[in-house]
Design a protein around this ligand. Structure first.
Ligand code: AHR
Length: 693
């Protein structure tokens, strides 16, 4: 029967309205009560599909005449942190690791190349450097070149090289006593040559070189070799290999996935990387802007703190090629609001907890004020001038600033006050975000909320990482939140299923994603309270991860949207402008429908009602929809269904098991029924035509 298929065909009819005698007696429950009921029946996890006879189970009434709270158009965003090699080796498309020879192990990522009987030396030098801020460079001396003496770079767990996708090699070089020929070769498995070219280095002073390499074959484990063709000496620094197609430096496939999500904002650059192990290791935005070659790398905070998972990654440094200018550019490219997080002078409280004394907090506050000028100031201002010199004369339009990441205690509230007063005095339009700490409730959480309310924070950033059951059972969390005072920023959340084995990543399963969808219906229904929300973390390398689950996994060549990605994608892609009141009536015997979670909203721009319904039950559910206030609908609606087995995942390199199916549907009128597949998210866009006078 149409409408019951898990994957609807391209054109479907919705079930006709329930006939009067179809109706079973119902209990009328306003949506808030429904969710309390849903919460009262704990989520039981995976169960086999129930094939027992079905009953019409629920009636959903939506009053389209009474649009309520405005939904923030930027509500659904993303949270980018340099964790799991998300920046270098991830979104930042650079293929060369340790390109400036500034890692603590100066030769990390590099290896000697001796073709046939070649002999020579490779040494690290710092005399008369090309880049004074990053003074180390590599000196190659070839005594017996044979088929080539030189150096190779392994990339980030291999360089992803694609046939026909041109790469741009750039480097600084200077010759020794005589000019030399420097050969660049891209090699793949079994030493196969994928691309090559050469440059003549004839300058005794540092000069910049550029060469295009055109790979003839695809290889996930490519490496770059730079070899001397004859005897002689060359100094090399700031070696870079980037896909020509990487606009503004971003890896195209990952950028496409992000752009497709239409994120309303990007929270960056973390997370714990903002705080650092100690204050010296905190993220300092000023060290990430200006000429790329002059940015000094720093050990990544996730290098050795693996939160009980992932692998030790001695090569995990932050090159800051993806720095604050690039983050703002990323936001501009995505059409998303920038939402930077700054250190509040407190290092990670799970680690050193180092704190700058209050009487020495001023430079931290100045960093925040300068950042606002960097983003929004006129090109004539000190920091606006730097932004313009970097290629963006127009302001980036910064509206939000988060003070600290996961902080707690009275020390945080004291520091927050100082930031808040200084920022609001100069930039009253900036919305300041305070931290509710790392917990989802409890005494510290309550104290932070009370303190931030008293200090008039604009938004409070809440984080939740919990099993799927928590998300199902907390779909009502915000129904009872105060309607005045600071708004909520659900800044980091993800359902964390159990690990299948010790050390294995937690699965990015459909069960996890479904529970997030149920929770997100509660965020949207409470859009007057919850203004912003972002899943966490965003990106992860399958070869070098420290945290799971994540929204998008990738290897050197491919990327895979997880089931959670699709949930975010569908909520973000089906945003509307005003919340609509919904009421759900359940059949008295319909315990199964307690697994229904719903939100309805009006898209004033397109004049559509947008329904989002999660059926968390393990059997289909017949939902009768009653749209009040409109005589007729346009006849055609848009239906999107996301449904799968609870354990299904979308691993990198395998055909996806979880993907949305969208189709056009005939809508018989303002009353119809829809069969919701078991364990599904259904989104219906219903075009309104004629209002009842
Ligand atoms: O998202 C991963 C980490 O989780 C973030 O860095 C931190 O804010 C939280 O504890």
């Amino acid at each position: 029967m149409a409408g019951r298929a898990l994957r609807p065909s391209r054109h479907l009819s919705l079930n006709p309205p329930l006939r009067r005698d179809d109706k079973v007696p119902v209990r009328s429950i306003r949506f808030a009560s429904l969710l309390v009921l849903a919460a009262g029946i704990p989520w039981l996890g995976a169960q086999p599909p129930d094939r027992s006879p079905r009953v019409p189970s629920a009636v959903l009434t939506v009053d389209a005449r009474k649009p309520g709270a405005a939904i923030n158009p930027a509500m659904w965003g993303v949270f980018f942190e340099d964790i799991n090699f998300a920046a270098d080796g991830g979104l930042w498309a650079e293929l060369v690791k340790n390109r400036s020879f500034e890692f603590p192990n100066r030769l990390q990522g590099w290896f000697e190349v001796r073709r046939k009987h070649a002999r020579g030396t490779m040494t690290i030098q710092d005399e008369k450097p090309a880049i004074p801020e990053n003074p180390h460079y590599l000196r190659l001396q070839s005594q017996a070149p044979d088929e080539g003496y030189g150096v190779g770079n392994e990339g980030f767990r291999g360089m992803g090289v694609k046939a026909g996708e041109a790469l741009r090699l750039t480097l600084w070089a200077r010759r020794g006593a005589a000019p030399v020929l420097l050969r660049a070769t891209l090699r793949g498995a079994e030493n196969r040559i994928l691309a090559g070219g050469q440059v003549r280095v004839d300058s005794p002073v540092w000069a910049h070189f550029e060469l295009q390499l055109d790979p003839a074959a695809t290889d996930p484990g490519g490496r770059l070799e730079l070899t001397l063709e004859g005897p002689g000496q060359v100094d090399l620094d700031a070696v870079s290999l980037m896909p020509v197609a990487a606009k503004h430096g971003f890896r195209p496939d990952l950028m496409r996935l992000l752009a497709d999500m239409k994120p309303g904002f990007v929270r960056f650059p973390g997370g714990c990387v903002v705080e650092g192990h100690d204050l010296a290791n905190r993220y300092q935005w000023k060290q990430t802007v200006g000429p790329v070659d002059a940015r000094r790398p720093m050990p990544n905070r996730w290098l050795d703190n693996l939160a009980g998972e992932g692998r030790f990654a001695a090569d995990y440094q932050q090159s800051f090629q993806l720095g604050f200018f690039e983050f703002f550019q990323l936001c501009a490219d995505l059409g998303a609001e920038p939402l930077p997080v700054l250190s509040c002078g407190m290092a990670c409280q799970f680690e050193t907890g180092e704190m700058v004394p209050l009487d020495r907090l001023e430079p931290f506050i100045q960093d925040a004020l300068d950042l606002i000028e960097f983003a929004n100031g006129a090109p004539s201002s000190r920091w606006g001038k730097l932004r313009a010199a970097m290629g963006h004369a127009a302001p980036f339009g910064l509206k939000f600033l988060a003070v600290g990441n996961e902080q707690w205690g009275p020390e945080y509230l004291d520091r927050f006050s100082r930031f808040e007063q200084a920022i609001k005095a100069k930039h009253p339009q900036i919305q300041i975000i305070g931290s509710a700490g790392p917990w989802m409730g409890g005494a510290d959480f309550d104290t932070l909320w009370a303190g931030l309310r008293a200090r008039k924070a604009d938004l409070v950033d809440e984080h939740y990482y919990a099993p799927p059951a928590w998300f199902f059972n907390n779909a009502h969390r915000y129904d009872a939140y105060p309607r005045t005072g600071p708004k909520v920023f659900a800044g980091e959340y993800a359902a964390h299923p159990a690990r299948p084995a010790p050390g294995a990543p937690r699965p990015n399963s459909w069960e996890a994603a479904l529970s997030e969808a149920a929770f997100m219906t509660g965020l949207e229904r409470n859009a007057d309270v919850v203004r912003l929300a972002s899943y966490a973390p965003l990106l992860a390398s399958v070869d070098a991860w420290q945290w799971s689950p994540n929204l998008i996994w990738f290897d050197s060549l491919q990327s895979a949207p997880t089931p959670s990605y699709w949930v975010q994608h569908l909520f973000s892609g089906n945003r509307a402008s005003r919340v609509l009141p919904v009421e759900l009536a359940l059949a008295p015997s319909a315990t199964a429908t307690a697994g229904l979670y719903t939100t309805a909203a009006l898209d004033e721009a397109t004049r559509e009602v947008v329904l989002k319904v999660v059926n968390a039950g393990h059997r289909p559910s017949d939902l009768a929809v009653r749209l009040q206030g409109f005589q007729s609908l346009a006849g055609k609606g848009r239906l999107t269904v996301l449904s799968a087995g609870l354990a299904d995942e979308n691993p990198v390199g395998a055909p996806p098991k979880v993907a949305p199916a969208t189709s056009e549907v005939d809508i018989p009128g303002p009353e119809f029924t829809r069969t919701l597949p078991p364990q599904s998210l259904t989104i219906l866009r219903l075009p309104l035509v004629k209002e009842i006078p």
